[in-house]
Write a protein that binds this ligand. Structure first.
Ligand code: ADP
Length: 774
């Protein structure tokens, strides 16, 4: 059968379907004309590529549909609208290009109307799927549901395929399935896939819709909230506040972009919040911190050694070596333009002027001064802050100090680095190391602030009371300068030149209203204070001034003279009786020397014997090192019993008890070694120890004497207590240079390397009896 051929683009005509079409292409119009001249039959074959305007025979599929033209409507544009009804599938045997149109040789394919059980089952399945498809697809026309009532399996499949919104290729597949069984299966497959796609589409659009609904709801609620706030008169408050914050931000010059952006974001966040909400409070505090920090503000720091020297000299008496070392340190600093040199650490008992030296350095270098105390800090968060998610979170002490300074290049004094504790909450000294490390501290990150702050311009100085309690890694980063404490003489000078005039002025008095003489000052120092520094002394002088000021204001006196006689009226009875040395030689008592947190001190070491089994008891809050030191001495004595003149078998029949009074004060360290050994020997041999001597030095098992720390402090303390002869380790001899010459002259100092050198001089009757064989 030969028929005019009409290529289809994007649509397909199925048998039994009535389809409207528009025809515009010349060849197609010609084919239509030919059909109308004959029996109105046309062959419709789909193009493989819809973009082709003049398809060749090869561009067309091999299966098409013979259709009858039902209606033709000529359009003014030259084209035609037609309505066609499909009649039957056919195989295309050959296509001829006749120049003005295409024609084809076709062979009709007969449908199989039989409905087997299997085909019926397939029909049910297809109808069910199609129902679901219609329900889910919003594009489906209502009349599509007619498909449900079709009994003919071929028509059912064709009708469903026609109504699906699928690719031409898929429809062509259905068309080419001549076997009805096969055709229904394909339709069902296509339907399943389409349903799946529709569901995905639905899920996506559902999500989009929900999102939109939520945004709209929030917007709506916010607008309502604003309306309510306006009613309550709060809106202006927020707006005013936000405007003020923006002004502050604008006023901050040269702010790095990330910081600026962050602050801006937080302000925007605040603007959207209810001013009463807890969150707004948090954001507001946070913004206050960010806006208050001196991100770019620096003071005009400079370094003139001559000026620094003048200032240090003017502010402090004595301390010659300390001042020299500080100036050396400053010189190095000014050479290495960055502050990569070690951190200065001033070590010494309270009141020796560490803080005030640091203040002077700040003044001399044009830096602001801030001071934080690290005493008792046991939590990393105290250095580095808490995350903002904690209620009541705050920045750490470093950032707090920086805010207080108001500049990014202050002199930052970290007080009491030796009093930091470490526990499960983290190691504060590790955080501190990061603060002090020039490699890391230019982006110091506080947990609260979240933005890195540049600490590299800060000059850090630390202080400590004792060296050995400073965490090791910190100590490695520091250059330590020890301030050992003052002699009575130095204290007198400091009091006369600095403390007294300052107290007089601070209490609103003048020199013509109040007077205190040197001897009185000396008595205040000796009988009312007991310290290495001058802190209590300053307080006592303050007390005198306060009481005197009251007398003057009450009109009792116009001028106050503080004298030896009336001193107790101002300060009460002398509070400190100097722990004077023993008056008479005794058995088993030796004066040892110690350095405590308040400076050097003397301590009595008492040993007593009693019948027993050779046990050694130690009391008086002695630390582990001190106890070990006592045992070392004891072992030395046992192994040198005969040579020491001690009776045989003492270590089986005699118990020893070592006690160091003033038990509330913990004592530790090896430096009482020779003193404890001497006391034991005295107790065991019954020889008395001279009362006017004191000693310090570590002892080894062989009786050798090893060097110890704090010689100057110890000797000053011994001198204060009226001791005249002192034993120190030979290796400590160079420390004597630090001693003021006038004190040195009043003392006899023995530098010893073995216990044997001590015993003949310390024990009263020993020298003649002890065989010397060392
Ligand atoms: P620290 O920090 O070591 O505990 P401070 O610096 O607080 O000691 O000193 C206590 C007081 O003693 C301060 O008023 C200080 O000015 C004063 N002072 C300490 N040493 C001297 C000194 N050598 N010359 C003048 N005043 C001193």
């Amino acid at each position: 059968m030969q028929l005019p051929l009409l290529p289809l683009r994007g649509v397909l005509v199925f048998p039994s379907m009535v389809v409207p079409l528009e025809i515009g292409r010349k060849k197609s119009l010609h084919a239509l004309e030919q059909a109308m001249l004959g029996d109105r039959s046309l062959l419709f074959v789909a193009q493989k590529d819809t973009r082709q305007d003049a398809p060749e025979p090869d561009d067309l599929y091999q299966v098409g549909v013979i259709a009858e033209v039902k209606q033709v409507l000529k359009m003014p544009t030259g084209g035609s609208k037609v309505v066609v009804e499909g009649r039957a599938r056919c195989r295309v045997l050959a296509i001829h290009d006749q120049g003005d149109m295409l024609s084809a040789e076709v062979e009709e394919v007969a449908e199989q109307p039989d409905v087997t059980d299997e085909v019926e089952a397939l029909m049910h399945a297809a109808v069910d799927l199609f129902e679901v498809y219609i329900k889910n697809s919003r594009k489906m026309p209502g009349e599509a549901s007619v498909a449900m009532n079709i009994d003919d399996p071929s028509r059912l499949a064709d009708t469903i395929a026609t109504n699906l919104d699928i690719r031409t290729q898929d429809k062509q597949d259905v068309l080419e399935a001549f076997d009805v069984h096969d055709r229904l299966t394909r339709v069902s497959d296509i339907l399943s896939r389409q349903i799946e796609l529709l569901e995905i589409e639905k899920r996506i659009s559902g999500r989009v819709r929900r999102q939109m609904e939520r945004t709209q709801k929030e917007y709506y609620l916010r607008e309502q909230l604003k309306a309510i706030q306006r009613e309550l008169g709060e809106a202006d408050e927020t707006e005013g506040e936000v405007a003020e914050l923006r002004d502050r931000l604008a006023a901050m010059e040269d702010l790095a972009e990330p910081i600026h952006d962050k602050i801006e974001r937080e302000i925007n966040r605040l603007a959207k919040m209810s001013p009463m909400s807890a969150e707004a409070v948090v954001v507001r505090t946070y913004l206050d911190w960010l806006l208050d920090l001196p991100w770019t503000i620096r003071s005009d720091a400079h370094m003139s050694l001559a000026e620094a020297e003048d200032i240090l000299e003017a502010d402090h008496f004595g301390l010659k070596r300390v001042k020299e070392r500080i100036l050396e340190y400053l010189a190095v600093q000014s050479l290495s333009s960055n502050l990569k040199s070690p951190i200065l650490c001033l070590v010494g008992p309270p009141g020796v002027g560490k803080t005030s030296l640091a203040r002077s350095i700040a003044r001399a270098t044009g830096r602001r001064f801030v001071r934080i105390s690290l005493g008792g800090v046991r939590d990393e968060a105290e250095i580095r802050g808490h995350r903002r998610t904690y209620i009541g979170a705050m920045p750490g002490r470093i950032i707090q100090g920086i805010r207080q300074a108001g500049t990014k290049n202050p002199l930052f004094l970290l007080d009491e680095v030796d009093k930091m504790a470490t526990d499960f909450r983290g190691d504060p000294s590790a955080a501190l190391l990061e603060v002090l490390d020039p490699e890391q501290n230019h982006h110091f990150s506080d947990h609260y602030v979240e933005l890195p702050f540049d600490l590299s311009d800060v000059m850090f100085i630390t202080t400590a009371n004792v060296l050995h309690l400073i965490p090791r890694p910190l100590l490695d980063r520091m250059e330590t300068i020890t301030i050992p404490g003052y002699t009575e003489e130095e204290k007198l000078n400091i009091a006369e030149r600095y403390l007294w005039p300052r107290q007089v002025e601070q209490h609103g008095l003048t020199d013509s209203q109040i007077h205190i003489g040197r001897p009185v000052l000396t008595r205040v120092i000796a009988q009312y204070t007991r310290e290495a520094g001058v802190r209590h002394l300053e307080r006592e002088l303050g007390t005198i001034c306060r009481k005197a000021a009251r007398e003057i204001v009450e009109g009792k006196k116009s001028r106050v003279r503080v004298t030896m006689q009336n001193l107790s009226r101002y300060l009460g009875h002398p509070r400190v009786r100097h722990w004077a040395a023993e008056q008479n030689p005794e058995v088993g008592v030796v004066t040892g020397l110690a350095v405590t947190e308040v400076g050097g001190d003397i301590m009595a070491i008492e040993v007593t014997t009693m019948p027993g089994k050779g046990q050694l008891t130690l009391t008086g809050q002695l630390g582990d090192v001190m106890q070990e030191s006592a045992r070392a001495g004891y072992s030395y004595i046992r192994s040198h019993r005969e040579h020491l003149g001690i009776s045989e078998g003492f270590d089986e029949s005699t118990d020893l008890h070592i006690h160091v009074p003033e038990g509330a004060i913990p004592k530790d360290g090896p430096s009482a070694g020779i003193a404890m050994a001497t006391a034991m020997i005295s107790a065991l041999s019954g020889q008395r120890v001279r009362a006017d001597i004191a000693m310090t030095g570590e002892i080894t098992l062989r009786g050798r004497v090893l060097p110890v720390g704090g010689i100057k402090e110890k000797i000053l303390a011994a001198h204060r207590a009226g001791i005249t002869e002192i034993f120190i380790p030979e290796k400590n001899q160079q420390d004597l240079e630090e001693l003021p010459a006038n004190i040195r002259r009043q003392l006899t100092i023995h530098a010893v390397s073995h216990l044997d050198e001590v015993l003949p001089l310390a024990l009263e009757s020993a020298s003649s009896e002890t065989p010397s064989e060392s």
